[in-house]
Design a protein around this ligand. Structure first.
Ligand SMILES: Cc1cc2nc3c(=O)[nH]c(=O)nc-3n(C[C@H](O)[C@H](O)[C@H](O)COP(=O)(O)OP(=O)(O)OC[C@H]3O[C@@H](n4cnc5c(N)ncnc54)[C@H](O)[C@@H]3O)c2cc1C
Length: 319
């Protein structure tokens, strides 16, 4: 890399980060993407509900995105960002290169886009994580069609899971609700689930059974096994933004966690920092993450355009 100062550094080269990168590259901004290479959907063999890419592998979309951004001059660094400091008219971004044994390095930029996504923490039930992304599913819009009409279990993880419980019924008339984490069911809710032909199992789940390629059943604390073909459940989504702690950005406390507060273009409470994709909007799917990246790319560029004029004026006054 010729110099260490960029217009924009994007942390995270998933869908959101690459989308912002494409917009900024096409805006002739020197843009560097620092990425540690672990997109959230890497556990799934195929993506769905992504217009123009339905059924593609997650990696193929990112490969194409990297190539498209690189064609506009965007540079890529394999690394994990560990710290960001405010240095007045720039931000200092420290990262650990992925190459083993390499010392950490620092790049500076006028603006930063955080696009690091979330980590999915799953309930600690033996067997569950083995099938995450194949037959243990988080989103019926992404993977419900593939398991339509099959024996679907909904593994409730909190009272908020009722939403997912009801949704599951749209894709199959053979749905078993494992309701222990929902707490005592409101009698009206229970009646409505039963009226829609759903089974309710209140005994806690102790193990997920599988044959190595997919789930085959759910074992409960009462010793019973329930045959199923797919599980719908929710993870705890943890935003990967610890490296930004020094900037003390404003956060929004939501039932599903604490996330960076952003405006409609992804701008945070710091005038040089934007956050896009799942790190700020954990429910965003691939197309939503892509849209947020494009919106932020334009917003970052415009902020820099404004700064270019302000700087030019101040130089004129100095002369
Ligand atoms: C199992 C599964 C299947 C899914 N299937 C679908 C689907 O079919 N259709 C759909 O629309 N959505 C699907 N999703 C949702 C989809 O994964 C997200 O919408 C999408 O990944 C969000 O993109 P993102 O760019 O915000 O984050 P990510 O794709 O997670 O990308 C974040 C990137 O940032 C990097 N990173 C993290 N921390 C750092 C750091 N400190 N320094 C440098 N880099 C860092 C990561 O390595 C990663 O490359 C699925 C999710 C899961 C869990």
């Amino acid at each position: 890399m010729e110099q260490t100062h960029a217009d924009v550094i994007i942390v995270g080269g998933g869908t959101a980060g690459l989308s912002a990168a494409q917009t900024l590259g096409r805006s002739l901004r020197r843009t560097i993407v620092i990425d540690s290479g672990s997109p959230r959907n890497r556990f799934a063999a195929h993506m769905h509900n992504v217009l123009g890419h339905d059924g593609a592998t997650p990696e193929s979309l990112l490969e194409r995105g990297r190539a498209e951004a690189a064609a506009y001059g965007v540079e890529f660094v394999e690394g994990s960002v560990v710290r960001v400091r405010d240095a007045g008219d720039r931000l200092a971004i420290e990262f650990a290169p992925l190459t083993e044994g390499s010392a950490s390095e620092t790049l500076t930029a006028r603006a930063l886009v955080i696009a690091t996504g979330v980590r999915d923490d799953l309930p600690a039930i033996p067997g569950l994580s083995d099938y995450w992304g194949s037959s243990v599913l988080h989103c019926p819009y992404c993977h419900g069609w593939e398991v339509r009409g099959s024996r679907i279990a909904v593994l409730a993880t909190s009272p908020a899971s009722l939403h997912q419980v009801k949704l599951a019924r749209q894709w199959s008339d053979d749905v078993t609700v494992f309701s222990a984490e929902l707490g005592p069911l409101d009698p009206t809710v229970e009646r409505s689930l039963l009226a829609r032909g759903m089974r309710i199992v209140s005994a806690p789940v102790t193990e997920i059974l599988g044959d190595g390629t997919g789930v085959t059943g759910v074992r409960t604390a009462d010793g019973l096994s329930h045959e199923i073909d797919a599980i719908l459940t929710a993870s705890t989504m943890v935003p990967l933004d610890g490296f930004i702690a020094d900037l003390d950005l404003t956060r929004t406390e939501a039932p599903h966690g604490s996330f960076l507060t952003v405006d409609g273009f992804g701008r945070t409470s710091h005038q040089r920092v934007w956050a896009v994709g799942n790190v700020a909007a954990p429910m965003a799917t691939v197309p939503m993450a892509m849209g947020s990246g494009a919106a932020a790319g334009g917003s970052v560029n415009f902020a820099l355009v404004e700064e270019d004029f302000t700087v030019a004026l101040s130089k004129e006054h100095d002369d």
